[in-house]
Write a protein that binds this ligand. Sequence first.
Ligand code: CA
Ligand code: CA
Ligand code: CA
Ligand code: CA
Length: 542
Amino acid sequence: MILSAIIPTISLARTDNAISSQPLVKKITVENAPTPKLMQKQTKAITPQSQPSTQSRNIAVASTEAPEYHPAISKDPVAGTLLGAYALETDSMNADIYFTFSTDNGQTWDPGAFIQIEGKEDYPALEYWGRGTTFFGTFCPDQNDAMGSAQYLFEADDPTDITTWQLISWDWTTYNQRDKESPDIATYSDVGDHTWFYGVQVDTESSDYSGQEGEHIPILYFANYNDETQGWAWWWNNFEYSAHTAIDMDENNGYMYAVWDYDNASEPAQNRDILLGMADVHDWWAENWSLNWYTVGESNVNETYPDIGAVGDCIQIVAQSDEAGNQDIICFYSSDGGDTWSQSTVVDEAADELYPRIVSYGEYATCTFVKDGDLYCCQTTDGGITWSTPLKINDNAGTVPVDYRTNDITITGDTLWTDTRAGNEDIYFDNVGGQPPWPFLEVKTFSGGLGVSVVLTNTGTGPGTNVKWELAVNGGVLGRINKVVNGTYPSLAVNEEHTEKTGLFFGLGTITITVTMTCDEGDSETRTTNGTQLLFFTKVNT
Ligand SMILES: [Ca+2]
Ligand SMILES: [Ca+2]
Ligand SMILES: [Ca+2]
Ligand SMILES: [Ca+2]
């Protein structure tokens, strides 16, 4: 069934609920906010290894006799490469994190590599960086690995070339940290030459650091923007008994949104709430330690197991709710970068719907959850207000472990999950549909000569409609060069190319060449370059 409880956005209050007159979202003022602590990084080796692979409609990605579980997946939307990770338990004392990749949309998976560390690593998380072919990841250390304080950063500059993979780590026992639980990572790539600024990791851990002690408290990690050998850790003992973190970064503006469920001790009637931290990570580059905290949730309801997606100021938080006496999936959503929030229901049948995960692509988002041993997905196309009827992903009924982080999903619907159909836990893949085909307008080349010419194209996954373009040349001595040509393509197919020219013009001096493209689907492109005009001849800087 489809479910949509649309709550008015203006007051932030659930006006339909007589029990609660409290606002849904409340700002938290933190006295004596902590500052981050700095630590040198270390590196570890990665061991290549082989693994078998078989195929069906649901595709087996990793299916040894050993238990494989807690998969993560991310996609490079330009190259189309999928990178996956999962934990493999070799015995009761050891599990390792395995990484695998696919260059054919998940039909076949490379043996990849695993990271050999003593003890049981768990809960990998992966994210495409947003630029080039780079991915970053992390995972939870063993509880004896630096007392469970070890922070790991996996980096794959090219996911298809294991020799480019590396593992960086930090040992936070210097600051008496311990007992990390289940980390997540969000990436950000608009960082100029500071390419080691991967983004932000979040986790829950405990601290014995004098004056900043706490049990099960939120912690954020990020690179030192000014020194690639260092990283920061920033823990918040104001929020004890937090759990189940997730983070996403709005790639359009560098805002990060992190969530935990936590014990709202200051207001016991709230039961558990969602703790939401929002920050502009650009501030941190200047060591301007700014992070705004909010609680999200209702009185007399436990909101738990949150996940979050954010793109283009559209944010969706999905979580479990026990308001109806069983577990349902709810969504808190915002379309203005977190200024105002509303609540909707994703699914609320009588059975327990558990462990939601979400991937957001603006107004569109895909949510998965587990029910009765099956994995389901549903979508919103209106920013979280309404949700489609859930579809079952696994072919065989009742084979998905009812377990936190038993699956992961990409924006294009590529899903990895744990499945026991063959008698033990294996990793399976399927595509459940996601972001619709989309144009990506691009200026392929600029060239000079007798006038300026450019090659315009669409490198996206779907055609662009009503593509308007303009090519403008300005400058010269006394600004006398001002040549503009423009036009419209009714449709621009994927990889279709057009060469557009200014034609001959006359002038002398430095020029600026600007190309703009727009289309009805909303994609736009502006590219600028400089050149020199020598009478009839144009030289373009490349
Ligand atoms: Ca291990
Ligand atoms: Ca609550
Ligand atoms: Ca339910
Ligand atoms: Ca297995």
